[in-house]
Write a protein of this length. Structure first.
Length: 294
């Protein structure tokens, strides 16, 4: 009887110990494309290096991942301000980058989610030209582009079909910058073909995503959105309030990582995976080591 009692008590103690360990574990999520997989691996390796017990759940769909975080199944992942504003909070008002961040921070706080410091990486729509061509023509911003079009300079464009037709896409962009391109100068094609057409000189200007790895790989220059037309999609670590209360040091630790990321950095990291075919884990590890975070 005594032995049975001791065995039971030992089992309860072990169960309690395991429950405590599980409670202290941080679950890091990530979406199912290259940039997110890099960030998920980077965050996992970084936190493990700091002594956390980490479980990684990468490769999730955006809506599923967000729901999992709201339900407490995911503690931490990197989200885009514009995605939360438009997709998760149904805000259609056009806001600047800082306003977008403050709005989603406020709205998501009501759902128990904390937006930490935003990075300088903004994975939004952009127009790009070949670097040498942009410098030769003196077109470095969207205002420069509008001026060139209005002065009669011949320029050809490649856009994906979605952006061409969107209510917040090509037509309002032209209205915002006060220029007009004839239909004959526009080619509509799949996103991947836009990059190839621009690289190969088939068009002069192409629609890209700001942190795509093909931008540095193909020597593209992203035209500055100097009037702030495109929605802000600032890449930001988002953590559950409950998790942050258990690990308050997470805020400073994740903010230290966030400050290292910008469009150029993310594009280079994405290119190392998508163009140079390095593994996601190796790219994430080398970045952390380069910045003495591992």
């Amino acid at each position: 009887m005594k032995t049975t009692l001791m065995t039971t008590l030992t089992g309860l103690a072990l169960a309690g110990s395991l429950a405590t360990a599980q409670a202290q574990e941080i679950v890091v999520g990530g979406k199912n494309f290259t940039e997110q997989q890099i960030l998920s691996s980077m965050t996992t390796q970084y936190l493990e290096g700091l002594g956390y017990e980490v479980e990684s759940r990468a490769g999730m769909g955006s809506a599923v991942l967000r729901q999992a975080q709201e339900n407490g199944q995911i503690d931490l992942y990197w989200e885009y301000t514009g995605t939360s504003l438009i997709n998760y909070n149904d805000v259609t008002e056009r806001l600047g980058p800082e306003e977008t961040y403050e709005r989603v921070k406020e709205l998501d706080a009501e759902k128990g989610l904390v937006w930490l410091a935003p990075s300088e990486a903004n994975n939004t729509y952009a127009l790009a030209m070949r670097e040498a061509d942009a410098e030769e023509r003196g077109i470095l911003s969207l205002s420069d582009l509008a001026a060139a079009v209005n002065e009669g300079e011949e320029l050809s464009f490649a856009l994906n079909a979605e952006f061409y037709a969107r209510e917040d896409g090509w037509r309002p962009l032209q209205e915002a910058y006060d220029f007009r391109v004839s239909r004959g100068d526009i080619s509509r094609m799949d996103t991947g073909l836009v990059y190839q057409a621009l690289r190969d000189g088939q068009v002069d200007v192409g629609l890209v995503f700001a942190t795509d790895g093909r931008i540095p790989a193909f020597d593209f220059h992203v035209l500055e959105d100097d009037q702030g037309f495109f929605p802000a999609y600032a890449l930001t670590p988002v953590v559950r309030q409950d998790t942050l209360e258990q690990h308050p040091e997470l805020e400073e630790q994740m903010n230290s990582l966030s400050t290292l990321l910008d469009d150029e950095t993310m594009a280079e990291l994405n290119a190392r995976v998508d163009v140079e075919r390095e593994t996601i884990e190796d790219v994430a590890q080398s970045f952390l080591e380069e910045h003495d975070l591992l």
